[in-house]
Ligand binder design. Structure first.
Ligand code: DP6
Length: 346
């Protein structure tokens, strides 16, 4: 007999960035972070988890149809934690089949090209954890599961929810208080949109995992970021979302992206994720805001050159026009409009 469950998980893009770990094994961060979940119609990972006593080849994992390494510490940590939860349910109810003792098969697929250079580890680990939790019929809440997804990839803990999500850094050594909570459903602010500008599809030079470790070890600016800058950005961003104040949301998002990339430049040797085209996108946002006489767009950049432009539905034509005219001639630009940036429950 084969037991099976499927699920999807969305991509999230941080507007207050996670950058730095205080524990690299548990992915415990040096600061809290906050993200907006993108619509699953555009970007999502679909994962099927199955298990059977008849699977003779042990645990296995395929990503977009190709066999992938299942022995990595992060994947193993997620499997171990989920099996422990299932095992205690089996202990409490001996009539349950012993799924915790069977090999697992995980098949994961993105509905966007992995080569697009978009964060896929967040949706990937969130979907893996949710799929196995469904297979095991676990009763744990998304917040409880976020503690497990975090061990797969830090940012994955935020992809267990739709809408607006905070990852509270916590202070305990075992990570049991480093978890994600939903601040608001997507429907709280349904006009929010994200435009993704694919500047380069090349694989990033320095992975976020290793980049953030180099920053923690060498940047002086980073200390200021985690002690003063991020705490004030978290407060301001939560207020902006609560009040649906786009100008404030945009101001904090852009300042936080700039602060994050400044600490990358302050890392020694320096790390540069943005390129000339990324910087042109920043100028384009400044220009469209100036010409509109109000804030209509906000940029943010992760560990790569692609821009995510947040805006409201009513300003869509203005934003698309601005990017077409300003950067229309630059090689490698592809504007993809993602409707319903923030989406409903994962
Ligand atoms: C710049 O979550 O990919 O996108 O925990 O090592 O897997 P690991 O790192 P990861 O880092 C994401 C960094 C970021 C900012 C963010 O998403 O908050």
């Amino acid at each position: 007999k084969v037991y099976r469950a499927s699920t999807t998980a969305p991509v999230n893009i941080a507007v207050v960035k996670y950058w730095g770990k205080r524990d690299t094994k548990l992915n415990l961060p040096t600061n809290s972070s906050l993200s907006v979940t993108l619509s699953q119609a555009d970007l999502r990972t679909l994962t099927t988890a199955s298990c059977s006593a008849s699977y003779s080849d042990g645990d296995n994992l395929t990503l977009n149809g190709e066999a992938s390494d299942v022995s990595g510490a992060r994947t193993q940590a997620c499997f171990r934690e989920l099996r422990t939860l299932r095992a205690s349910a089996e202990l409490a109810d001996p009539s349950l089949p012993k799924l915790s003792q069977m090999p697992l098969r995980i098949a994961s697929e993105n509905n966007f090209p992995t080569a697009a250079g978009l964060a896929s580890s967040a949706a990937g680990f969130a979907a893996l954890v949710r799929a196995i939790a469904n297979l095991y019929e676990l009763r744990e809440s998304p917040t409880e599961l976020s503690i497990i997804a975090r061990q797969g990839s830090g940012s994955a803990c935020r992809s267990l929810f739709g809408g607006y999500v905070a990852w509270r850094m916590g202070s305990l050594a075992d990570g049991s208080d480093s978890l994600a909570v939903q601040l608001a459903e997507a429907s709280h602010w349904p006009e929010m949109r994200a435009l993704i500008l694919i500047v380069s599809t090349a694989k990033k030079g320095v992975s976020s995992t290793s980049g953030m470790q180099q920053t923690v070890a060498t940047s002086g600016l980073f200390k200021e970021r985690i002690s003063a800058v991020v705490p004030s950005h978290m407060d301001a961003m939560e207020e902006a979302i609560d009040q649906k104040d786009f100008a404030k949301f945009a101001d904090v998002a852009m300042r936080d992206s700039n602060s994050f990339h400044a600490t990358c430049a302050d890392t020694y040797p320096p790390i540069f994720y943005m390129n000339d085209v990324s910087r042109a996108a920043i100028r384009a946002v400044e220009l469209v805001n100036r010409e509109a006489g109000r804030t209509v767009a906000a940029y943010t950049f992760d560990a790569g050159p692609n821009a995510v432009i947040y805006h409201l539905e009513k300003d869509k034509d203005l934003i698309l026009g601005a990017f077409k005219s300003v950067v229309g001639g630059v090689d490698g630009w592809k504007a993809e409009d993602t409707e319903d940036a923030a989406t409903a429950e994962a």
